[in-house]
Each structure stands twice: as C-alpha cells, then as structure tokens.
Design a protein around this ligand. Structure first.
Ligand code: ZN
Length: 415
C-alpha cells in the first residue's frame, strides 16, 4: 500500500515513462501477479507520522499496529477512486516527462561578442557549431566541403554548388568553395547594413572608406589602390571580415600556424593577402596573445623567490669543520671475500670552507654512527655544531644520546 497516487498511476499507466521510472515500474510489474496495489490515505499512513510530526502516542499506536481498518477484512479497507485530479495528473505527467530531455546544440557559430548586431542572415546552426567546436580552419573547411558534396549529390544542377567538383575525394577546388561559402555567410551575418547600402545605393561609411564592392560570388571585397596591379584577385581585392567572429579567429590562427607562429606584423600582412579584417592589428595581437605555443616559447622563466640571509655559520670565519653538515650516502653493495654486504658513506661537509670528509659506515645503527663521529673528531677536530636532516638514523642517535645524558644526570657518580 502506498499513499503516493503518482506511483500508483505509474504502475497502472500504459504511457511511455522516463527511463528511471520505467525500469522500476517494470521490475514491480514482474511481481504483479502476486501483488495488489492499493491506496492508503495520507492521514492513515504510519510512515508519515515520523516525517510530518505528531504526538508520541500517535506514533506508538499507528507505528506498531497500523490503521484500525488494516485489522479488518480487505473488503472493508478504504477503496478510493484512483482517478487523478487535474493537479496530480499534471504532476505525474511532468515527473514522467522531466527526465526525457531532448538536448540540441543550437550554437550560432557566428559572432563571439554580444555587441555584434543580430542579422536575419545567420549561419545555419548545424554548420555554425563546427566553427566553435573545431579548433582548426582546415577541419572546418573539410567538413563543409563534405556537406556541400553531399548536397551536390542531391541537387546536381544547383547553381550555388557549381564550384564543387564532381570528384569522389575532396580536392582544393572544394576547399576553396567551402572557404568562399563561409566568407559569404560570415559577411551576411556581420555586415547586413553594407549589403543593404550597396543594393540600394545608399551612403555608408564603410563602403566609402574601404571601397567595398560585391563580386560575382556575392562576397564583399575591399577595393584599394592596387586594382590595376598584376596581382591575384584576393590581393587586389581582399575579402572583408569582421573583427570579432569565430571564422576570423580561425583564419588568423591558420595563417599564424602556417607561418610557424610568426609575430603580429607578419601574420597580419599574410592575412591581408586574402582578407581585410576590420581593426585587424588589434584582433591579430589579441589572438596571438592567446596562442599557447607562443606563450610557452616567449614566456619568461619563473622568478626565483627572495632568498633568506645566509646562516651565521656559513659566513663566519672559522677553522675547517667547525660548523658541519651531515648526511648519509648509499647503501653501496660490497663484497667481503665471498660474502655480500651493504655499507653507507657518511658525508660531512664544512659549512664555511665547503671541504668534504667521507667515511665508510657499516650500518645505520647508532653505534656505527657514533664510532664514525669519533673517527671524524679524532681526524678533523670536534665540531661546534652539526646540521643534518631528520633521517631515522640521526633521530635514533639523538634518542640514544638523550638516554645516556639522562642517565648521567641522574647518576653524577658515573662521571
Ligand atoms: Zn603562436
């Protein structure tokens, strides 16, 4: 029995349910022939006493014995109409539908700046997502060319796809067609006012300043003073591109990579062989600043932290091995006759003169260390201070010395 009318509705429902609910309902239904589901009113549900609050007496009564009618025959149990009310039906249907989310990527793929004006000529969302999801212009153009080749299969006589080749593979002609298509779409998205001004012969500052014209492919080109030069068309009449656009970024990144990560001026000059980007120098500088390869090569090394002053022992004039540092080196494998063994080298360095004293130690025991130090003191003199790390053998020596010291202090006669 349950007081959840939604759950009863799910169990009895024949509508498609969400995956989570459907899996559990199907599991419940496998036991259906042995189970019958009935509704218990909320006020009679003992489980609700704990969660909704109530008197201890109510809890003890209903928790242990359940509602009174449960002790009668089942034909006297409450038989409520399980038809859902309008609100409950909405709730049930919402809960059924909630997990079945249909995700769709609607990336406009165009401008990456909120200040760009929206345009009725936007790039189709499917291909637009290619721009933002792909980091390489080459890959974008190959995907686009592939799509265009597929469309040409469907519409072989379409004049818009006349640039696409009939070959099975993607050839340079297809890549150029894709490049032109992207340029045209980006321009229509970014410069609707220029298209409108040219068609209506209206005055427009960009048209006048940049000498913008439309070529046979519907692409905006900037007519400079090189129109009579013996140069390729793209150099004489570079295609106009907006400053902030994913396609512009791809073009600059591609040129920058092709030039082996050249600087701003070189990249901009090469970009202008084909495109005229509005405020080009600024956007090229910005994109090059974000180039991880250039950052890695041009980045300065990390600055060293300010070092603390030298310790007094290092800069005080003293006899060699007055102030020493201590460490162990090893173990080294040795052979004594037919037996193999391990030895360590105790390295004592003078903090003042940097002189080094080496001694072979037979083990990591405190006795071996103390014997070695006796040999050292006999040869070099007794040091005033010893600096060492927290190696276990040094800690062991310290505890042994402490024990001896306590023993001596407790029994002065030992001296
Ligand atoms: Zn770079």
């Amino acid at each position: 029995m349950t007081d959840a009318r939604c759950v009863l509705h799910w169990i009895k429902s024949s509508k498609p349910l969400s995956v989570f609910v459907a899996n559990r309902v199907s599991e419940i239904r496998t036991c259906g022939e042995f189970l019958s589901f009935r509704h218990v009113p909320g006020e009679c549900n003992p489980a609700d006493v704990a969660s909704r609050g109530g008197l201890v007496a109510d809890l003890q009564e209903s928790w242990w014995h359940g509602p009174d009618w449960l002790r009668t025959t089942s034909d006297q149990w409450p038989d409520e109409d399980l038809t859902l009310s309008a609100d409950e039906s909405d709730l049930a249907s919402k809960e059924e539908q909630a997990p079945t989310l249909h995700t769709a990527s609607l990336v406009t793929g165009g401008s990456d700046r909120a200040t760009d004006q929206p345009s009725p000529h936007t790039i189709p969302s499917g291909l637009g997502s290619v721009l933002t999801r792909t980091s390489s212009l080459r890959k974008v153009l190959k995907i686009t060319a592939l799509c265009m080749k597929f469309l040409k299969k469907l519409r072989p006589n379409s004049p818009r796809l006349s640039q696409i080749s009939n070959s099975y593979d993607i050839v340079s002609q297809d890549i150029q067609a894709a490049r032109d298509w992207w340029t045209r779409m980006v321009q229509r998205e970014a410069f609707p006012d220029i298209f409108k001004a040219i068609k209506t012969n209206a005055k427009h500052s960009s048209v006048a300043n940049l000498g913008v014209v439309i070529d046979d492919n519907g692409i905006l080109r900037c007519a400079g003073r090189l129109s009579n030069a013996e140069l390729p068309t793209d150099q004489k009449l570079p295609k106009l591109l907006p400053t902030y656009h994913a396609f512009t970024k791809h073009v600059i990144s591609e040129v920058h990579g092709r030039l082996l990560h050249a600087g701003v001026r070189h990249t901009l000059a090469q970009t202008r062989q084909e495109f005229w980007i509005i405020r080009g120098r600024a956007i090229v500088r910005r994109i090059l600043d974000q180039c991880s390869v250039c950052r890695r090569h041009e980045g300065r090394p990390f600055k060293l932290p300010s070092m603390p002053p030298w310790p007094k022992e290092r800069i005080t004039r003293a006899l060699p091995f007055t102030y020493v540092g201590l460490d162990y080196l090893g173990p080294l494998l040795i052979r004594t006759g037919t037996e193999k063994g391990k030895v360590w080298i105790k390295l004592v360095t003078c903090l003042t003169t940097r002189a080094v004293h080496l001694d072979i130690v037979s083990g990591l025991s405190a006795a071996a260390f103390l014997n070695s130090m006796r040999r050292f003191a006999a040869r070099r003199g007794k040091p005033k201070s010893i600096v060492c790390n927290n190696a276990p053998q040094f800690k062991l020596v310290r505890s042994v010395l402490d024990d001896h010291l306590k023993l001596i202090l407790a029994n002065p006669d030992l001296l």
